[in-house]
Ligand binder design. Sequence first.
Ligand SMILES: *Cc1c(COP(=O)(O)O)cnc(C)c1O
Length: 366
Amino acid sequence: MKINFIDLKAQYAKYKDEIDEAIAKVLDSAQFIGGSELDSFESEIASFVGVKHAIGCSSGTDALLLSLMALDIKAGDEVITTPFTFIATAEVISFLGAKPVFVDIDESSYNINPALIEDAITERTKAILPVSLYGQCADMTSINAIASKHNLIVIEDGCQSFGAEYQGRKSCALSTIGCTSFFPSKPLGAYGDGGAIFTDDDAVAAKMRVLLNHGQKQRYRHSLIGLNARLDAIQAAILRVKLKHFSSEVAQRVAIGQRYSDLLKDTEAVTPVVADGNSSVYAQYSIRVKDRANVVEALSRADIPTAVHYPLPLHLQEAFNSLGYREGDFAVSERVSAQILSLPMSPFLTTSEQDMVVEALKKALS
Ligand SMILES: *Cc1c(COP(=O)(O)O)cnc(C)c1O
């Protein structure tokens, strides 16, 4: 029996009848773009998150891009974000000709350190783009307070934290705009690419709906330069099925993550710290170990898959050379990226599989 890093096959096996039926319904309707599946999905997911508007789109990356476009972020503008994330977070800023300004992370949450944000604000700063990494929301209260003091917009990159709670509210409902991804391996995954944007702001929502459909409100009348960034009906139908089961999957994720932390308590592995009032959906269950290369090798010999999220912080990526950052600029991000290691995680990881992972890990650490 081989342990999967993320068990998507077990999930499909469990919901197969419902998913097959939902896909067949779309095929029969021949309504592949837009239509009632998308409308229903958007209203169901908006109410799950607790916001007025949910806008389905083609990916988490496009959700972020559309958010920046709706706010008119352009060349000369600066957006503050974290260097310890997937490249999409900062890529969209550069793609629009604006400048990502990195701020180091907090060593316990791995999210942007709010205490360092104000020093990075200039007259050109337009927005703060915190990431809720690994499934736990960033310190949104502090970030929102800084943003309102300096008149900045906050966009939460909730691509890994969908379903997480922060002081009684849900990820993606914590600032002007929240973005998530339905990439298959994310906590709420489609069977292809997809994403969504969440906001209570009517004007921002209306503008994003126009932007994601070639800048048209009315067919062949284009008021803005936009994109084709729509969520398709088959993905919406699949996501509606998965959303029905999502709360119980989140509960499983929380339980499995907590069990990992309990089992690893007396080892040298640094386990995730979930702040009071927060829950993590453990998009990744990531620990820190000193001798990562050897641990990865030992686990791989024991047939345990692992992954590194992320081995090189963004300020040291070749694609961002022109920003002029150097090694040493963000010491915490650099240290964490050298030690971080993600273990197999999904709501379908069994107790015995988890025991095998922990046993192999303890052996590798000793
Ligand atoms: C996955 C991810 C994205 C991008 O989402 P896609 O749907 O793959 O485009 C952006 N930010 C973070 C933090 C992610 O994990």
